[in-house]
Ligand binder design. Structure first.
Ligand code: PLP
Length: 430
């Protein structure tokens, strides 16, 4: 399968090259050259297929012959080593829990898939790749865990000092081996700027830098898997399915739209955002006007210019009418989100964390217009990862899951940096 740059359709590369580059040299996102629907019989019989079989069918055309079938199946099995239950919250409303993986965030799926693809491509190579990521919290932990021990891949994670939770910090500073953490004296945007500078720095070319956010197709494409799993679990209700994704960089919702393009019967998509409302504003007035991000309690979605939105526009051929038929987007304040966490808990006993609660709110709003539907929102992280917010609201202590317990007493190892020069020196030294 070839991928073209969304900045220049004539610039085409293989799956392997797209994974290794991350972003095209002209800074465009890669997009598959061809998308072929799956046969309707596959969806008719989906409940008879295992998650691994479903994932293989969903992704095989996007990998093509660049990874042998047997290895791709093994990569999928290692990626999907946990459950994706659709849990009933109330009548016609389900939570697709994506937090049962090693770092308890959905990003485990993409990070595990991407790391194993890179490991395969690098197995006989003398060259090393360096994955450089800036994180506001969840990405760092998932990437650290996913890439741990992958041959010929060095991982360097930048995080803002004092701005990630203690659990999140431990998840990215305690693993060792090929994972290195840099504590940046600054905010997330400073980390992101340093990473961008490094990608542009010609004197670092020999480091083969790549990223591991949903810009990379090997992190984005496997995010389709669990949208298929949601359908497999909800199909029996025989109702149109509404999917609400709490959205930051719009990777999940974009993967859901790609799944629909493959034939997955999702009736309508809702992109639920916090105060970072670039897309809801676009749907209201037709102008795409990104703004600097603002800080909220659902901080993994504090994104002012969602990177995957261009892929969504491409999926709809830039046809606004077709797009609006399938897609709604709503923004919610922190106060509304906090109220929802309490309201969901006291009415249904279900514990949502801030991102899931934003997803719930968007779903609720769309269900008012489409009451004959069945709705599902993504619960993108485990509440324990946002315990500072959730525990006081519910006046309740959350039990610590075993995945989290295992990092709590390990020693944090990180290097403190303050400037781009510090980062560059670190990269050249390591
Ligand atoms: C990354 C993240 C999101 C945002 O997902 P996108 O696919 O970038 O829209 C939502 N919730 C949590 C907990 C996250 O870590």
């Amino acid at each position: 399968m070839n991928y073209f740059s969304l900045n220049n359709k004539n610039h085409k590369v293989s799956f392997k090259q797209a994974v290794i580059n991350g972003l095209a040299p002209d800074k465009g996102l890669y997009f598959p050259d061809n998308i072929t629907s799956l046969p309707t019989t596959f969806f008719e019989n989906i409940e008879n297929s295992s998650n691994e079989e479903i994932a293989f069918e969903a992704i095989k055309q996007f990998v093509g012959d660049e990874i042998p079938e047997i290895i791709l199946k093994q990569i999928i099995a290692e990626t999907l080593c946990f459950d994706f239950p659709c849990v009933k919250v109330e009548d016609n409303v389900y939570s697709l829990e994506l937090f049962h993986g090693p770092t308890m965030a959905f990003k485990d799926v993409g990070a595990r898939f991407m790391s194993r693809c890179m490991g395969y491509f690098n197995q006989n190579s003398e060259e090393k790749n360096t994955v450089l990521v800036a994180t506001s919290g969840d990405t760092g932990g998932a990437v650290a865990s996913g890439f741990l021990g992958v041959k010929n891949v060095e991982v360097i994670i930048l995080y803002p000092s004092g701005k990630v939770s203690d659990i999140q910090e431990r998840q990215l500073t305690t693993l060792g081996k090929n994972i290195k953490a840099l504590e940046v004296n600054g905010v997330f945007d400073d980390c992101q700027d340093m990473v961008k500078n490094a990608f542009l720095d010609k004197t670092l070319k020999h480091k083969n830098l790549t990223s591991a956010n949903s810009i990379n197709i090997a992190r984005w494409l496997p995010q389709m898997f669990y949208i298929f799993f949601a359908y497999k679990q909800l199909k029996k209700h025989n109702k149109p399915i509404l999917l609400s994704c709490p959205s930051g960089n719009f990777g999940n919702i974009c993967a859901g739209i790609l799944a629909k393009r493959l034939g997955l019967p999702i009736a309508h998509f809702v992109a639920s955002t916090n105060a970072n409302d670039t897309v809801p504003r676009f749907l209201e007035n037709g102008n795409y006007e990104p703004k600097p991000s603002v800080v909220t309690i659902s901080n993994a979605m504090d994104v002012g210019n969602p990177s995957n939105f261009v892929r969504i526009q491409e999926l709809y051929n830039h046809d606004l009418a077709a797009f609006e038929k399938d897609f709604s987007s709503y923004s919610f304040t922190d106060a509304e989100t906090e109220f929802a966490i309490k309201d969901i808990y006291y009415r249904t006993n279900y514990i949502a964390e801030p991102h899931g609660a934003v997803g719930y709110l968007g779903l609720e709003k769309e269900m008012e217009k489409k009451p004959e539907s069945i709705g599902v929102f993504l619960e993108t992280a485990h509440p324990i990862k946002f315990l500072d917010i959730v525990e006081p609201l519910l006046n309740n202590k959350l039990p610590i899951p075993k995945q989290i317990e295992s990092v709590l007493n390990k020693e944090k190892v990180r290097t403190k940096i303050a400037t781009y020069e510090d980062l560059k020196e670190f990269l050249l030294r390591n």
